[in-house]
Write a protein that binds this ligand. Structure first.
Ligand code: TNX
Length: 503
């Protein structure tokens, strides 16, 4: 048995040889970038020591392109890797294994699959595998919870273990600003990531074949903090303010912020936000999203916006929109008004038309020829409580405060029954699914344990969906067997879902 995602085809052939001391010797001809990436990950996640070379390697990497269907969607990787296939093939050869792939990334994927199946013996695996989708991500809110750099690295390890390849960093929000922008010292929080921190994250992610896609969210969400350095159009509530590209200094700030992201990250895509800009006028919203898109394009990058960005009319074919508002989570103004304290009623009144408009975002994206990253709040928002959490005696207390109470809980396994292409707004508008991204919003997250409880096991199931559907019982068994890997990486507080960890 391998970990998750399960390969497209796997045939076990018994044991090939023992691996004394859990040492796996990979032939020296392998390129150093692969050995480096795998050695560190094997030690951190799999308790296996990978060494290069030796006279009788356990695994031989073969440079050979493996034929496989092209993955669906947008390629998130920086230019140098574009066109590389992640497909790989594992075969027993005598008492060792060969892994064939046409790229370092393919070899890396194959080795990770093998590590998930190794114990103190080398299994005789026959595997043929390739990802269904090119863009397989996690969006991480590092504003509501400022994860230290080493914790973000653990998240990157987790992505690499499960074959995910995008870490979308949500770097700005109402509560703060998570990175330093040169020339705007007053913007950043005290514990914001420095340029050196961002460089460290980028290098770490690159070494594990993960692309970091950074986001500065405009024109909503950010103004509370931006008011320190530029004029802000004020409202009756922090959520009802907005910045406007027409105001003095705003364009220069956008230049500096996106310029810094472009300087620190090689991602072909930069994210401009665009969601929930309740305080912006229609024109101000359009101006600001257009300015951000222009600035991103001028840096040779491609803009991504949350679905509401479609309303600015600034997204063009090849750009990406990110769908997040699931039908069942669309704001019901009557219900919401009844549920909130009086001082929030103005917010609901102002937000209601924008949420109503969200029903048309998908059609607008389709008409503009924009592909979609799918992060539908159902089932991809991991701050939704899993319904089986109510049965979880060990974590009962954590679930009292963890997760967004505004969302109806749903089963962790519901992810397995979801098909992005058949989601009504996507099917009805003939949208191209450019990728899928789970999202971890961190309003209720205090530490890495809380993050673990929300992330796992669901993120591993999302990874399976991104690589392709597989038999449900095998998927749940593989999820359960991943627990030691999560524990080693520091995610031991994962949710012990009864559907997976059967009592
Ligand atoms: C909506 S999704 C948000 C976030 C919240 C999240 C809570 C999106 C683009 N905006 O600011 O954290 O809901 O689930």
């Amino acid at each position: 048995m391998t970990g998750l995602p399960l390969p497209a085809r796997v045939v076990p052939h018994g044991t090939l040889r023992r691996l004394p001391g859990r040492v796996l010797r990979v032939d020296a001809a392998a390129r150093p970038e692969i050995i480096d990436a795998v050695t560190a990950l094997a030690a951190a996640a799999f308790d296996v020591t990978v060494t290069a070379g030796g006279a009788a390697p356990d695994v031989v990497l073969v440079d050979e392109r493996v034929e496989a269907p092209a993955p669906l969607g947008a390629d998130p990787r920086p230019g140098s890797r574009r066109g590389c296939s992640e497909a790989y093939r594992i075969r027993p050869a005598g008492d060792r294994l060969t892994i064939a792939a046409g790229s370092a990334e393919g070899h890396f994927r194959g080795l990770v699959t093998l590590l998930g199946a190794c114990s103190d013996v080398l299994p005789g695996l026959e595997v043929d595998d390739h990802p269904l989708r090119a863009w397989r991500g996690l969006s991480l809110d590092v504003v509501r919870r400022r994860f230290p750099v080493d914790e973000v690295c653990r998240v990157i390890d987790l992505l690499a273990v499960h074959g995910l390849n995008v870490l979308h960093l949500h770097l700005t929000d109402t509560q703060g600003w998570a990175f330093a922008v040169p020339g705007y010292a007053a913007l950043a929080d005290d514990d914001a990531y420095t340029a050196a921190d961002l460089d460290a994250l980028e290098a770490y992610a690159h070494g594990r074949f993960v692309t970091i896609v950074p986001e500065v969210d405009v024109p909503g969400h950010v103004p509370a903090r931006m008011a320190r350095v530029v004029p802000v159009r004020a409202g009756v509530h922090p959520f009802l303010t907005a910045i406007d590209a027409d105001d003095p200094g705003v364009e220069a700030l956008l230049q500096a912020a996106f310029g810094e992201l472009a300087a620190r990250f090689a991602s072909p895509h930069l994210h401009l936000g665009g969601d929930e800009a309740f305080g912006a006028s229609v024109e101000g919203f359009a101006r600001t999203v257009a300015a951000a898109s222009r600035i991103i394009r001028a840096r040779g990058r491609t803009p991504i916006g949350w679905q509401e960005a479609s309303r600015a009319g600034a997204l063009a074919p090849g750009d990406l929109g990110q769908l997040w508002i699931a039908d069942r989570d669309r704001l019901d103004p009557e219900k919401a008004t009844a549920a909130v304290p009086v001082e929030f009623r103005a917010l609901i009144a102002q937000a209601a038309p924008l949420f109503a408009e969200s029903a048309h975002d998908a059609a607008r994206l389709g008409a503009a020829g924009v592909g979609v990253i799918v992060s539908s709040s159902d089932p991809l928002y991991l701050d939704r409580r899993p319904s089986e959490a109510s049965l979880d005696a060990t974590q009962h207390e954590a679930w009292q405060r963890l997760g967004n109470p505004g969302y109806e809980p749903t089963s962790s396994l519901s992810i397995l029954d979801w098909h992005p292409e058949s989601q009504p707004d996507i099917a009805a508008n003939g949208l191209t699914v450019a990728g899928i991204e789970a999202a971890l919003w961190c309003e209720t997250v205090r530490d890495l344990d809380d993050a673990a409880t929300l992330l796992l096991p669901r993120l591993a199931l999302v990874a399976q969906k991104a690589w392709g559907d597989a038999d449900r019982d095998r998927v749940t068994a593989a999820a359960a067997s991943s627990a030691p890997v999560w524990e080693r990486l520091g995610f031991g507080a994962f949710h012990r879902s009864r559907d997976i960890f059967r009592p």
